[in-house]
Design a protein around this ligand. Structure first.
Ligand SMILES: [Mg+2]
Length: 355
């Protein structure tokens, strides 16, 4: 057995390896429309309906830090990130399965708080919690959520449907989650310094976080854009291709373009950056555009739409056109505010196994 470390192929190399092994299990003639490779797996239910399913794992110390994350928020987020993948298929969530592994330090109260957040989010999305599993964990808290949803063959939207000439759109404002994370990490640092110095830690010593509340909320309590999916349905809009922004605009645009065998040109000046993220970036002497492009975890939707459908989204106050799809050979470029074209590199996204 070779001892090649996973960091050598990275998270996406690993997914490719797993994907090629799993593909062998899918029979040529089956109801499975899409396996690994999109935001959800897609299975045919009958002649008109499709079932979509997705799963996500949240691991303490990797995805969240209990020092800065209230359990109620964590419960809500663990469901939202999955529902966001359901939305990315232009589908609606139906039900969810939740499994948790609890460290020895966990209490009944903690589990209750976690599930209160989860059930609250489930209520907002109209998603039933129907099962799961519980286990002890020898390290930290682990949460695994699987969400199953439904859409029709007419409405399903994959990553692969983008065509040159299509407009590239994004919902909401970006960069808030990354900015919020920076603020939380700074607060944690202050907290740790106090604890290490033996001083009593007084929460009042924390900076007043009110001015950062929007960005912190984006980080701790993101919401899946089921409202946009409803809007598409009401207005008979079917995007060409769609993905949710979990890894960051640069990375997720690459995923979409790779599956569509297309290129893209986006304009810096059109990327909607959360104004609070700009203030935070100034404070940290960083670039808010970096938060928006490489930050990730905003859980907004990135989609393409043909010119004919543009009038139907033009009215929506929370959808921005940021560029257009180009032929594959043109690559993926960011046109800066001076009109200079910069190649948008792939590793803007988050790779869990990168060293
Ligand atoms: Mg996704």
């Amino acid at each position: 057995m070779s001892l090649k470390p996973i960091s050598e192929i990275g998270e996406f190399g690993l997914i490719e390896k797993i994907s090629s092994l799993c593909k062998k299990t899918i029979p040529e003639k089956s109801s499975i429309v899409e396996g690994i490779g999109d935001d959800c797996a897609v299975v045919e239910l009958d002649t008109s309906r499709l079932q979509v399913s997705t799963t996500d794992l949240l691991v303490e110390g990797v995805h969240f830090d209990l020092l800065t994350t209230p359990l109620h928020h964590l419960g809500s987020k663990s469901l939202s990130v999955n529902v966001s993948d359901i939305c990315a298929m232009n589908a609606k969530p139906s039900y969810a399965l939740v499994s948790i592994a609890l460290p020895p330090s966990a209490s009944v109260d903690m589990v209750e708080q976690l599930y209160q957040g989860m059930t609250h989010a489930a209520g907002l999305y109209g998603t039933a919690l129907v099962g799961g599993d519980t286990s002890a964990s020898s390290t930290g808290l682990v949460i695994s959520v699987t969400v199953v949803g439904e859409t029709s063959k007419e409405r399903i939207t994959m990553r692969s449907g983008a065509k040159p000439g299509d407009m590239i759109c994004v919902t909401g404002a970006l960069g808030g989650a990354a900015a919020g994370l920076n603020v939380l990490m700074r607060e944690k640092q202050i907290m740790m310094e106090h604890l290490q110095s033996g001083e009593e830690y007084d929460r009042n010593m924390m900076n007043d976080l009110k001015e950062y509340s929007g960005a912190i909320q984006n980080q701790l309590l993101p919401s899946a854009r089921t409202d946009i999916i409803d809007y598409f349905e009401r207005n008979s809009i079917v995007p060409g291709a769609m993905i949710d922004l979990s890894d960051g605009l640069a990375s997720d645009l690459h995923h979409l373009c790779r599956r569509s065998q297309a290129g893209a040109r986006i304009e810096e000046g059109r990327i909607p950056v959360l104004s609070e993220a700009r203030h935070i970036a100034d404070e940290f002497q960083q670039d808010a555009l970096d938060y928006a492009i490489s930050g990730g975890e905003d859980y907004q939707l990135l989609f393409t739409i043909s010119g004919e459908q543009f009038s139907a989204i033009a009215e929506h106050p929370d959808i921005s056109v940021i560029g257009s799809i180009t032929p594959e050979e043109d690559g993926i470029v960011l046109s800066d505010i001076y009109g200079m074209n910069i190649t948008l590199k792939e590793p803007g996204g988050f790779d869990h196994f990168r060293k």
